[in-house]
Design a protein around this ligand. Structure first.
Ligand SMILES: NC(=O)c1ccc[n+]([C@@H]2O[C@H](COP(=O)([O-])OP(=O)(O)OC[C@H]3O[C@@H](n4cnc5c(N)ncnc54)[C@H](O)[C@@H]3O)[C@@H](O)[C@H]2O)c1
Ligand SMILES: [Zn+2]
Length: 345
């Protein structure tokens, strides 16, 4: 088991990679504890959960809403939860995001921690202190920055994940390697079969390296004024594709990264042979190919909530592990996308 820290403005997290769910009680400082999880986790791992009151929510992005927040708050009131209680979220990104938000606003904030049970949530969602829910079709538009006291990343739990959920998490792992760590990229190339087989030793290594990269960035820029934007690599286009084609997030990000790589070559930042290496790696992990319509993509891109007036921040690559944040005029970006679609992607 390895430990990492994230320090936010108001709170900090200790992240335990390779710790196990059955040791959860070692990390809970309070006597009054409430667990919030989803029905998939209770059906798979119910017998590993300690004997505390449990709120069990339905699964899925459609439940990551303000209505679910209201339902949970009603249950907290019913159970008589006050500020002396400690809340533990056990689940993927949806449960962690929602519970972190509820714990941050209920009675102006309760102490809380996460047991992160999906690959995506271990390497991304539960690290960095962004908690929130969707509203009216806008993802994560309501939320707070607040670090959980602890995050337990139990990599053994990943064995029961669906292939799609594994690919989702792997896309963020590939992203972390591309923006920060060439050696990790080589590991993904050389150990692909063991990674896809979820060999625990290699997965634990990749989760640790990912958390370390994200934690370092968040420690320098929790509120995303600068360096944290690097984590959006592949996401500007990925989010647009996710919205238009309803693809799982990681699959859309995998395509978004490929586009970002081509844009980087076209801008003269990245060598074509390095782009080819990145392309091969992403394709070798089995992300499905999708035919993208340029006009639909452009119209979704221009609605991006992270747009900054007439500009957007785009993350390019200069090399593997060497990213570049650039403020690009929307008009220029449109031309770049048009150019990109002139050649096959
Ligand atoms: N806060 C952040 O910084 C941040 C970053 C990235 C993504 N996110 C959010 O994360 C969410 C997606 O997270 P996710 O991909 O973990 O989805 P999820 O929480 O919906 O989990 C995916 C599915 O896997 C099931 N599951 C969870 N653990 C399992 C296990 N060990 N075995 C089998 N099944 C299991 C869940 O019940 C669910 O059906 C999105 O809402 C996204 O906005 C947040
Ligand atoms: Zn992502």
């Amino acid at each position: 088991m390895k430990k990492l820290s994230v320090k936010g403005q108001q709170s900090s997290s200790k992240i335990y990679v390779g710790e196990r769910l059955f040791n959860l009680t070692d990390y809970i400082p309070e006597k009054k504890v409430l667990i919030i999880t989803d029905d998939k986790i209770t059906s798979l791992y119910g017998e590993l959960l300690p004997d505390f009151p449990i709120i069990c929510l339905e699964q899925g992005e459609s439940f990551k809403t303000i209505d679910s927040v209201k339902d949970v708050i009603a249950k907290l009131l019913e159970l008589g939860v006050d500020r002396s209680w400690f809340i533990v979220a056990i689940g993927g990104g949806i449960i962690c995001d929602l519970v972190g938000f509820v714990a941050s606003i209920y009675m102006r904030g309760l102490r809380f921690g996460f047991v992160s049970t999906t690959l995506l949530s271990q390497v991304d969602a539960s690290v960095g202190g962004k908690n929130g829910v969707n509203f009216d079709g806008y993802k994560n538009i309501l939320g707070v920055f607040n670090q959980p006291e602890f995050v337990i990343c139990d990599t053994v739990l990943l064995d029961t994940l669906s292939d799609d959920d594994i690919l989702c998490g792997l896309a963020e792992i590939i992203k972390h390697a591309l923006i920060a760590d060439e050696e990790m990229f080589s590991l993904l190339e050389n150990e692909k079969d063991d990674v896809l087989f979820l060999d625990n030793k290699i997965i634990e290594k990749l989760v640790y390296k990912s958390v370390k990269i994200k934690a370092k960035i968040v420690n320098e820029d929790e509120r995303e004024h600068g360096k944290r934007k690097l984590l959006n690599f592949g996401h500007t286009i990925g989010h647009a594709i996710e919205k238009v084609y309803g693809l799982p997030h990681g699959q859309a990000v995998a395509i978004g990264m490929k586009y970002a790589v081509i844009l980087s070559v076209n801008k003269g930042y990245l060598n074509a042979s390095v782009a080819d290496r990145i392309y091969k790696l992403i394709n070798s992990y089995g992300y499905p190919e999708v035919e993208i319509d340029k006009d639909k993509l452009l119209s979704a891109l221009l609605k991006d909530k992270k747009k900054d007036g007439d500009n957007l921040y785009f993350i390019y690559l200069k090399d593997i592990g060497v990213p570049l944040i650039s403020k690009v005029a929307i008009s220029e970006f449109k031309e770049d996308i048009n150019e990109l679609f002139k050649h096959s992607v």
